[in-house]
Design a protein around this ligand. Structure first.
Ligand code: GTP
Ligand code: MG
Ligand code: ZN
Length: 226
């Protein structure tokens, strides 16, 4: 890949006792800044970065987008995103497997929200503890990919309770797996009734228009009200 320089910042876990309250404060700050903040979560390798590339190509002419890539180490994802033509930074979490609201704030300060309409956080790949920490996001998007299995909402309930929208990625690989999409939809709705579910493939691009339409409406509505 082309050798793009991306900013890498180290963030520290908050010492605040009340992360939920801090997350509410951050949401208010972002509202004043007119910046929509989306928290994207999934297990490692389910396709967060690949889905972001598809999303950026569809929405980058509509909104000023920034991406914060959170990982324990490396800057490969932030470079991939920068190559797609939007502002991106790499956040290193000092070994932590999730981000809290203040870690978000530290990242947002670095990326600079003044000239951004939409900031997407690619959270650390993990289906467990990112769900336990409110990042201050407006909405939480969760990706589950076909090879992971349709039973994940049964095993990782909190992640799906916290989701506002679920993408089912790697639909192109459906044939190779014993995976029942209708069963999965039932399990997701057991955890969070009625939320939108978008089957997609970050390789073929199937389903991406529908997901991006959801996100576009979300951001447009938010910016109108902000
Ligand atoms: N077949 C198929 N492969 C995919 C799809 N989306 C992603 N992949 C592949 O899955 C692997 C992981 O994709 P990433 O986008 O890096 O996943 P990620 O969730 O960002 O991974 P981490 O950041 O490491 O947690 C890569 O080899 C991708 O090419 C898809 O829709 N179909
Ligand atoms: Mg990634
Ligand atoms: Zn953690």
């Amino acid at each position: 890949m082309e050798d793009l320089k991306v900013k890498i910042i180290e963030v520290k876990e908050s010492i605040l006792a009340d992360n939920d309250a801090d997350a509410d404060v951050l949401r208010e700050e972002l509202k004043k800044d007119k910046t929509y903040y989306l928290n994207l979560m999934s297990s490692p390798g389910s396709g967060k970065t690949s889905t972001l590339i598809q999303t950026i190509s569809r929405l980058k002419d509509k909104f000023r987008i920034g991406v914060m890539e959170a990982d324990i180490d490396s800057d490969v994802d932030a470079k991939t995103i920068a190559a797609a033509g939007v502002k991106s930074i790499q956040i290193h979490t000092g070994g932590m497997c999730h981000l809290d609201a203040d870690m978000s704030r530290q990242g947002l300060k670095e990326i600079g929200t003044d000239d951004l309409d939409l900031v997407i956080l690619e959270n650390v790949g993990n289906l467990v503890c990112p769900a336990e920490f409110d990042t201050g996001s407006v909405k939480n998007a969760v990706i589950l990919s076909v090879p992971e299995g349709d039973d994940k909402p049964l095993k990782y309930p909190l992640m799906f309770q916290k989701a506002d929208v679920v993408l089912v990625n790697k639909m192109d690989a459906l044939e190779a797996f014993d995976f029942d999409l209708e069963k999965l939809k039932g399990y997701i709705h057991m955890r969070k009734p009625g939320i939108p579910i978008y089957p997609v493939s970050a390789v073929t691009g199937e389903g991406m228009d529908a997901w991006c339409e959801w996100l576009e409406n979300e951001v447009a509505q938010y910016l109108k009200e902000a």
